[in-house]
Design a protein around this ligand. Sequence first.
Ligand code: SME
Length: 159
Amino acid sequence: MAETLYIPDTNKQGIYEALAPQIEALLQGETDLIANLANFTAVLKEAFGFFWVGFYLVKNKQLVLGPFQGKLACTRIPFDKGVCGACYREQKTIIVPDVSQFVGHIACSSLSKSEIVVPVFKNNKVTMVLDIDSDKLNDFDEIDKNGLEKLVQILEKTL
Ligand code: SME
């Protein structure tokens, strides 16, 4: 298992590209889901310094907090609430440039200003979501969407 992460000194697209084979190697060496989710969030935190990055897992018809990096967070999100709930229902990545403008946004931290949530599929169903918060407005774009979706596809192969 790779013990150190290589983060090239380049733009974020280049960083996403450099992370893909490293995440692949990391996940291939381990079968435990929680261990893999924990390292997945650690890699993203280390590479990009995201304010908050973590998973919410589908359990008993709601989203329950899983491995994350960042400040204390809400533990349970109903499917009809929040950006995470919207991602679950719509089964697609959601970018929120300004969380104060998103009806139903759940503010786990008042410092969170923008957000991206990516669905993770297992057997064609959303089994968890990857949630990333920024303390800056409008911090996520199509490069993040594409980069994160590719990394999530690597995770999906292990589920
Ligand atoms: N903002 C999310 C809740 C989770 S926290 O951001 C960690 C939402 O609206 O679903």
